[in-house]
Design a protein around this ligand. Structure first.
Ligand SMILES: NC(=O)C1=CN([C@@H]2O[C@H](COP(=O)(O)OP(=O)(O)OC[C@H]3O[C@@H](n4cnc5c(N)ncnc54)[C@H](OP(=O)(O)O)[C@@H]3O)[C@@H](O)[C@H]2O)C=CC1
Ligand SMILES: O=C(CO)COP(=O)(O)O
Ligand SMILES: [Zn+2]
Length: 360
């Protein structure tokens, strides 16, 4: 299904191309989940709410949010379980249309389901991430896996983000490491944006680019401090993810956070579905695209290793041949987005790069 079909249901269709839409309330810290009633009241979003969560995340935090709001709101719930993402979105839309606003409580898939379902039914949504796994938690973008590969959709950012560091720190460390990798990949995303600006005149926002680079720099420099199940680490990474989402809102696209390394990730999702988390694949891709940019690819690799993110395709159960195929297929993903992987990488060179750069 094409991207425009997914957003066809929306009725409030204004030309927002010049609008910078940002979250209104961002609350990050220990036990801040308790403040969700206050955030909802502060924003005066109506008296009925749909709470979207996943199979695991409903037990982890979804039920808590339901209990906190039950006394003051009509609470409906929606289980965004595995299955066809577009079908799940359709069902979530139907449920969202019956509520005044939506809250997504979960990982990226749940947050995106809530983001798209609320956008398509002209509702506001509140993002309650249970993991700091990628920068969609505060962005206006949704990334939906489809048979043709990931479709990057324009939506609206959450009107509020409530990120409880106690919940996020309790998540498997793999999810936090994946979020770090997604942010470190901003380094190569902005190099591709600058390349496209110089070679093809693509408009570039210095503010969005600088903010995106800053998020990568902070995590890169503090890689030694990122520890499993540490609330301080959860706080540091969540701030970076929120800032990266703001950079995308300023740019009005995912360009500051999505370059050739993301096209590699989306190609891998098509060639090896379900292998690795989004951020993990982007980090692995950033090693190669940083090398192609002539940058510090070893620094990227070593920071990912320190954080505990995979640095080779084998690290996510992908063989070298599939990685080569993904590098070559990247140019077919969102061809209008020019990156270093769209400059004629040959199969022989791709094979040499995988052999040379992805050694444990
Ligand atoms: N909008 C954007 O900009 C972007 C969106 N995406 C999208 O996000 C998705 C990937 O998100 P990601 O978070 O990596 O993966 P998932 O949302 O698939 O989450 C991975 C697993 O972690 C579980 N989980 C989440 N939080 C916790 C926790 N605190 N404790 C234990 N388990 C937990 C989830 O549980 P459960 O099963 O309950 O959900 C799920 O089983 C994809 O659909 C991708 O398309 C990716 C990049 C950017
Ligand atoms: O993952 C993203 C930013 O980290 C968004 O990426 P896409 O626009 O490529 O889906
Ligand atoms: Zn990403």
């Amino acid at each position: 299904m094409s991207a425009d079909r997914i957003n066809l249901l929306r009725t409030k269709v204004f030309d927002k191309s010049k609008w910078m839409q940002l979250p209104r309330d961002v609350v990050i810290g220990h036990d801040v989940i308790e403040q969700i009633p206050a955030v909802c009241e502060d924003l005066a979003l109506g008296d009925s709410v749909l709470i979207v969560s996943g199979g695991q995340t409903r037990d982890i935090a979804g039920k808590k949010v339901e209990a906190l709001l039950a006394g003051s709101y009509d609470v409906a719930t929606f289980a965004a379980n595995d299955g066809d993402p577009l079908e799940t979105i359709r069902k979530a839309e139907a449920a969202a249309a019956e509520a005044g606003f939506v809250i997504g409580v979960g990982g990226g898939r749940v947050i995106d389901t809530a983001k798209i379902a609320s956008y398509n039914t002209d509702r506001h949504f509140i993002s309650v991430p249970t993991a700091a796994s990628h920068d969609g938690i505060a962005s206006s973008r949704a990334s939906v896996p489809t048979a043709e590969g990931n479709v990057s959709l324009a939506a609206e950012p959450p009107i509020a983000v409530v990120a409880d560091t106690a919940v996020i720190a309790s998540a498997p460390h793999r999810l936090l490491a994946s979020g770090c990798a997604d942010i470190i990949a901003n380094y190569t995303a902005i190099l591709d944006w600058e390349l496209s600006h110089r070679l093809r005149g693509e408009p570039l926002s210095e503010y969005a680019l600088t903010l995106s680079r800053m998020t990568a720099e902070i995590l890169f420099k503090n890689a030694d401090l990122i520890k499993p199940h540490s609330e301080e680490s959860a706080w540091l990474v969540t701030k970076a993810l929120v800032s990266s989402g703001v950079a995308m809102s300023i740019a009005g696209s995912s360009r500051p956070g999505s370059g050739g390394e993301h096209k590699f990730s989306h190609a891998l999702e098509k060639l090896a579905p379900g292998k690795g988390l989004h951020g993990e694949k982007c980090g692995i891709g950033a090693i190669i695209t940083m090398y192609l940019h002539g940058g510090d690819w070893e620094g990227i690799r070593d920071s990912l290793k320190k954080i505990g993110a995979p640095t080779t395709p084998a690290g996510i159960g992908v063989d070298d041949e599939t990685a080569v195929a993904a590098l070559l297929a990247a140019r077919t993903i969102r061809p209008e987005r020019f990156t270093i992987l769209d400059m004629g990488l040959t199969e022989e060179s791709a094979r040499d790069l995988v052999k040379m750069l992805y050694r444990e």
